[in-house]
Design a protein around this ligand. Structure first.
Ligand code: FA5
Length: 340
């Protein structure tokens, strides 16, 4: 019995030696388990208890409890010691509060915002004033007033999102023409950038995109004014001597109407994959304001003429900056955004 008691007592000293060099809580807890755990050293010795006469057992039990308590105390003391070392090191750390802060990188405008501001600026130099309209507009402003009645087949090209049968997400910026003509007397020269919506989705078409609408109404506006204005814009925007061509096309709100093509900025007109080997790329629609639209907007078509155009800003920026998928604009990926 006395052997067992002295072996138990030795375990306390042994534990003290084991944990003395340990410097983290996990290691100390693991050592504690090696002594006090189910298969620990104390439990192993206690297996001998059954071999002793019953009268001697309480003495050994008391010795076992004592060694357990010692191990617990040694554990707590070592952990406490370590916590104090950490706290002292923390207090000894000196912080230089006068150090200048790390610089925070400045943000910048999104490519589409840059392009929009630049385009508006080019037209402003020609006397065009910026105008805006709501992105949710009436069916009448978006379609009817622009000679696109409900059953008109040309509505199919601009399938939209209906909020109610009479309220739509605008499909183009052309309703800003209507809103302007209803509230302003000619002469009118506006440039209207803004978001528009359509049921479209592929690498060059997005359900939401940006258009830039232009409208000029005066007593002596001709088709050559339209062409001169667009040519000036393309040369300034691309900073190159690129040609444009007006290809006859149909929009119910202009007569005559045209698709505006510019010489391909990649191949300079010789033909490449981007321009499908035609040398030309479509950038928008344009034409002379239809007298029916003037009538809807209470403007005298005997006295006034006007031109209008609408261009896709994403498309223009794609051409100028070699952007290969329209989705890159909207994904918010810094690797794309920081290039511009
Ligand atoms: C129009 O939207 C007419 N309102 C333009 C107009 C205005 C004609 C004034 C006459 C007078 P169109 O549907 O072709 O036209 O669109 C104009 C341009 O918007 C296109 O050339 C293209 O550059 C761009 N575009 C059209 N759909 C999308 C789309 N889903 N995603 C990105 N760009 C688009």
């Amino acid at each position: 019995m006395s052997d067992l008691i002295s072996n138990l007592e030795k375990l306390g000293d042994e534990f003290g030696t084991v944990i003395a060099p340990l410097a983290d809580e996990q290691a100390i807890r693991a050592a504690q388990a090696q002594f006090l755990g189910k298969k620990g050293k104390v439990s192993e010795l206690m297996k001998e208890l059954g071999k002793l006469p019953p009268a001697e057992r309480p003495l050994v039990g008391a010795a076992a409890n004592k060694v357990k308590a010692t191990i617990e105390e040694l554990t707590a003391a070592r952990l406490n010691e370590l916590a104090q070392i950490v706290a002292r090191a923390d207090l000894a750390r000196s912080v230089d509060v006068t150090l200048p802060a790390r610089p925070v990188g400045g943000g910048h405008l999104h490519l589409l915002s840059q392009v929009r501001l630049e385009a508006v600026q080019i037209f402003a130099e020609l006397g065009f004033v910026m105008a805006e309209g709501p992105q949710i507009d009436t069916d009448w402003n978006n379609f009817e007033a622009l000679a696109l009645p409900k059953e008109h087949p040309a509505r199919d090209m601009q399938d939209t999102f209906y909020i109610s049968p009479e309220i739509v997400l605008r499909t183009h910026t052309s309703p800003v023409q209507v809103r302007t003509m209803l509230t302003q007397e000619p002469p009118i020269r506006i440039i209207a950038p803004g978001h528009v919506y359509r049921r479209d989705d592929d690498p060059t078409h997005s359900p939401m995109f940006t258009q830039l609408e232009g409208l000029a109404v005066d007593t002596d506006i001709s088709f050559s004014d339209l062409k001169g204005t667009l040519l000036h814009f393309v040369k300034r925007f691309f900073q190159r001597d690129l040609a444009i061509r007006l290809r006859p096309s149909y929009f119910p709100f202009v007569e005559p109407g045209a698709e505006v093509d510019m010489q391909c900025s990649f191949c300079g007109g010789s033909g490449c994959r981007l321009c499908k080997f035609t040398g030309w790329i479509e950038i928008g629609g344009a034409g002379m304001v239809d007298p029916d639209v003037f009538a809807n907007c209470r403007i005298d078509s005997e006295r006034y003429t006007g031109f209008a155009f609408g261009m896709g800003l994403e498309r223009m920026a794609m051409l100028r900056h070699n952007v290969t998928d329209i989705k890159f604009y909207y994904e918010g990926d810094l690797r794309f955004l920081e290039q511009f």
